[in-house]
Write a protein that binds this ligand. Structure first.
Ligand code: MD3
Ligand code: FE
Length: 200
């Protein structure tokens, strides 16, 4: 199935099979350096994140973490997965070379407020993968933080692609739905992986 929420915003429910989800979870478990990001306003994000390819900080990307820990490489298999997802979402084969993977881990209490993703210099599409617990994903508009928005449930194995006019839409995660993950996945909580093009 394929659902276009808004121009350029395509939801592919259950796109990853169980084995792919399990391997993806295992790969994410192997990434070192998950941490809560501190915001310039003094707040701390409730999700724990690690970024591959580049180090993400609000509001940009750098080659180093600033803590002496190495930036993990962006793996080829993730780029390949992103290109397959993009082709299925848009039905074309436009070149897509993501060089950033931002991995967010949500425990039962974590959420993400409405925001725009404007730290990338490229407006190439973002490809998002969800694993583990389901969540309520809020997809807003490009004009204002706030209404109108649409709430969609994102479940393990779902892919969402955000390109074109949707690339700068406000979006967030008001809550996860703890306990909804398949126990066989071996993940308590939710993982979201977004692929992006830095343009750097
Ligand atoms: C719409 N992550 O990391 S993924 C983020 O589930 C982020 O962890 C959420 O928002 C999460 O920045 C939502 C869906 C998503 C990701 C990027 C987008 C939606 C987007 C960029 C533009 C528009
Ligand atoms: Fe975002």
């Amino acid at each position: 199935p394929r659902a276009e929420l808004a121009p350029g915003a395509v939801h592919l429910p259950d796109w990853l099979g169980f084995d792919e989800q399990r391997d993806f979870v295992a790969a994410c478990r192997g990434f070192a350096g998950y941490r809560h990001t501190r915001l310039p306003n003094g707040g701390v994000m409730s999700v724990k994140s690690v970024c591959l390819g580049w180090h993400w900080y609000p509001y940009g990307y750098s080659r180093t973490t600033g803590e002496g820990t190495p930036v993990l490489p962006f793996p080829d298999w993730l780029g390949d997965l992103g290109r397959r997802a993009l082709a299925d979402a848009y039905g074309d084969t436009e070149p897509y070379e993501p060089d950033i993977a931002l991995v967010n881990f949500y425990d039962a209490a974590a959420k993400m407020g409405l925001h725009q993703d404007k730290d990338e210099r490229s407006l190439a599409p973002v490809v998002s993968f969800s694993l583990g617990d389901a969540c309520v994903f809020r997809f807003g508009n490009t004009e204002t933080r706030g209404r109108p928005y649409t709430d969609v449930e994102l479940r393990s194995g779902d892919v969402f692609v955000f390109g074109g006019p949707s690339r700068l839409a406000y979006h967030g995660v008001p809550k996860t739905l703890p306990g909804t993950a398949d126990p066989a996945l071996g993940l308590t909580g939710r993982l979201n992986i977004t692929l992006r093009v830095s343009g750097l």
